[in-house]
Design a protein around this ligand. Structure first.
Ligand SMILES: NC(=O)c1ccc[n+]([C@@H]2O[C@H](COP(=O)([O-])OP(=O)(O)OC[C@H]3O[C@@H](n4cnc5c(N)ncnc54)[C@H](O)[C@@H]3O)[C@@H](O)[C@H]2O)c1
Length: 369
């Protein structure tokens, strides 16, 4: 484990007026999206593409003749024209590749989750700080317009006190070979929750099963409780008849349905229950309120483009991305806790407050970073 206290430097050498030189490592399902978005960023230039699979390299070499291609990351890291490395490889490779890239003096964007354990996530964060390099983890949903719209509603108090949140992220596939569905899909919901609530759960539980491939859970039901009283349920699955990415937030004043991909992705319901104290012993009254349903206008920009734009701009300005690191680390802690609970038959796993929450609450608006 690195000692974060040693040789911390905030000073970064300016990259200069040329575009930021980028290498993209991993061209499976997700990497090509990153490559495409980088093509639209005038401030970035893809100098290398790297994958172990030569067929994939051949395909993207034709589309990106300006980039050099290799199966060996060592060649990428040895090139001084590469300022930053973007890693979109399987989860079990993230730590090793990011560590190598930071040690070679490169800025690093690594797809979610940041690392396979909190300890290794901390190692990477400390190494980045020590070397004065940007380390960012790809939590794309933090840049999603509907997710940000819901965040604004929460911050404005539109929902009142949030009672509970229930979320489903299910689809048929893609089965991952190296990690459970919690490590694969969990980071999306967990990062959204941390962003919305600026709070980490105090305890998590998960049950699930490995329906298809022995030892790799393909369905999980994760529950969490927060110190504020909010309870959350997240359903994650690669086994479902149709794709669903839907979150319901129930508050004391209003309720929200966030349905990713729907024509109206955010709907605000002026609905709730009013409880009146009993006038005589035992006679409380409930009345059900059902008012307007509002579908706010939602921006249409591409989250990935904004996310990589932030990464490139942080390299330019040398701005620390502490909120991002805090979210990425919190997500790894939550995934770790949920995965442990799943493996231990649904036992409750506590998350001690280790100070990270302060970094989340001190930066309540991602947009303000
Ligand atoms: N942000 C999002 O919305 C989002 C969506 C999907 C996937 N992802 C993330 O993207 C990453 C990749 O997922 P995927 O579904 O594209 O996986 P994938 O298995 O389809 O592709 C991974 C690619 O990495 C290559 N690879 C593996 N080890 C390598 C190494 N050492 N050096 C170079 N290349 C190597 C493989 O050959 C393969 O082409 C994962 O971390 C996943 O969590 C993010």
């Amino acid at each position: 484990m690195l000692n974060p206290a040693v040789a911390i430097t905030d000073a970064r050498e300016a990259v200069g007026p040329q575009p930021v030189g980028i290498a993209v490592v991993g061209l499976g399902y997700w990497g090509p999206n990153l490559l495409r978005v980088l093509g639209d960023n005038l401030d970035a230039e893809v100098r290398w593409i790297c994958d172990l699979d030569t067929e994939r390299l051949g395909k993207y070499r034709r589309r990106h003749p300006e980039a050099r291609v290799t199966t060996r990351i060592a060649r990428v890291l040895a090139d001084p024209a590469v300022d930053a490395v973007i890693i979109a490889t399987p989860v079990h490779t993230h730590y090793h590749l990011a560590d190598q890239a930071l040690r070679a003096g490169k800025h690093v964007f690594v797809e979610k989750p940041l690392a396979p354990s909190t300890e290794l996530a901390d190692d990477l964060a400390a190494l980045a700080t020590q070397r004065g390099r940007i380390l960012m983890c790809g939590h794309t949903f933090l840049y999603s317009p509907p997710v940000r719209a819901v965040k604004r509603m929460i911050e404005a108090g539109t929902l009142g006190d949030i009672f509970f949140i229930s979320s489903s992220r299910v689809n048929l596939g893609l089965h991952q070979r190296d990690v459970s569905v919690i490590w694969d899909l969990g980071p999306h919901d967990f990062s959204i929750l941390v962003y919305w609530l600026s709070e980490l759960p105090t305890a998590m539980r998960a049950v699930g099963r490995d329906s298809i491939v022995k030892g790799i859970a393909d369905v999980a039901f994760v529950t969490m409780s927060f110190a504020s009283g909010i309870v959350v349920n997240v359903e994650l699955s690669w086994l479902a008849p149709s794709k669903l990415r839907r979150t319901v937030l129930v508050g004391s004043e209003r309720m929200v349905i966030y349905d990713d991909g729907a024509p109206e992705p955010v709907r605000l319901f002026d609905r709730g229950v009013v409880y009146r104290d009993p006038e005589t012993f035992g006679e409380y009254h409930l009345s059900y309120r059902s008012g307007d349903v509002i579908s706010p206008r939602i921006d249409t920009y591409e989250p990935l483009s904004l996310e990589l734009g932030d990464f490139v701009s942080a390299i330019r300005t040398g701005e620390q991305m502490r909120f991002h690191t805090a979210v990425a680390r919190s997500v790894v802690r939550m995934v770790e806790a949920a995965d442990r609970s799943l493996r231990e038959g649904g036992r409750e796993v506590s998350l001690e407050d280790d100070g990270i929450v302060h970094q989340l609450t001190s930066r309540r608006e991602l947009a303000a970073i």
